[in-house]
Design a protein around this ligand. Structure first.
Ligand code: MN
Length: 232
């Protein structure tokens, strides 16, 4: 091995139900506008021709239960509750059936977002990175294997802030289905184990403040939780 000038950081990991070994996260892809009611609340039309994506650095990963300081550069930090697809095998230019076979499992995730910066970028047709690729902004619950979860569809997806329900929908509301997303994205990337895809959020997004406790759940998956700490 080539010596390195400083220690190469380890990939962040997420626990897997029924496994001693954890799942290391390499890349985080995120789908935009995948629930019609959320697109409406964001004042935009759903693009029905193809899904679109943004990314977060793997360094954004935090395990469920973390307390994360309110981030710098925003006055409108939002929660987004999402189903997370966990890839477990190489998949490239795959059809939907082959794409489905590459799905290792699912998890609950929070795509925390500097909404003010995202919307400013959107308005000026600039990239969303400052709004979306926020440090410690991808909070992930434990992974449940796909076979144990079963078919994606009727499960309820919900999020509470301090126990009050803010988002409440069903996975059947997803515009782009999980196999469609993996199939489409595999046309652009050599997806492989270590890649995860956050599939978009239902309506009801909103701002958090220091001290808020965010909890999210999807029927059949382990929940996700985040406590918002004071700004540093
Ligand atoms: Mn999102």
């Amino acid at each position: 091995m080539t010596p390195t000038l400083f220690p190469s950081p380890a990939w962040p990991t997420v626990p897997v139900l029924g496994e001693v070994a954890a799942y290391p996260v390499h890349r985080i892809f995120c789908v935009g506008r995948n629930y019609a009611a959320h697109a409406v609340e964001m004042g935009v039309e759903v693009d029905r021709e193809a899904p679109f994506y943004f990314t977060k650095s793997a360094l954004a990963v935090q395990q469920s239960g973390a307390t994360v300081a309110y981030p710098p550069g925003t006055a409108n930090y939002h929660y987004e509750m999402e189903l997370v697809i966990v890839i477990g095998a190489p998949v490239f230019k795959a059809d939907r059936a082959a794409a489905a076979k590459a799905i290792y499992g699912y998890a609950c995730g929070l795509d925390m977002t500097r909404r003010d910066l995202q919307l400013a970028a959107r308005a000026t047709q600039r990239p969303w990175d400052l709004g979306k690729d926020v440090e410690q902004s991808a909070i992930l619950g434990p992974i449940t294997k796909a076979a144990a979860f079963g078919a994606v569809g009727p499960q309820r997806i919900h999020l509470e802030v301090n126990g009050q329900v803010k988002q409440d929908a069903h996975l059947s509301d997803l515009i782009w289905k999980v196999d469609e997303i993996v199939s489409h994205l595999s046309g652009f990337y050599h997806l492989q184990a270590g890649d995860i895809i956050m599939t978009g959020t239902p309506a009801g997004v909103g701002a958090v403040v220091a001290g808020d406790v965010i909890t999210g759940g999807i029927d059949g998956l382990e929940p996700v939780a985040l406590t918002v700490g004071a700004a540093k």
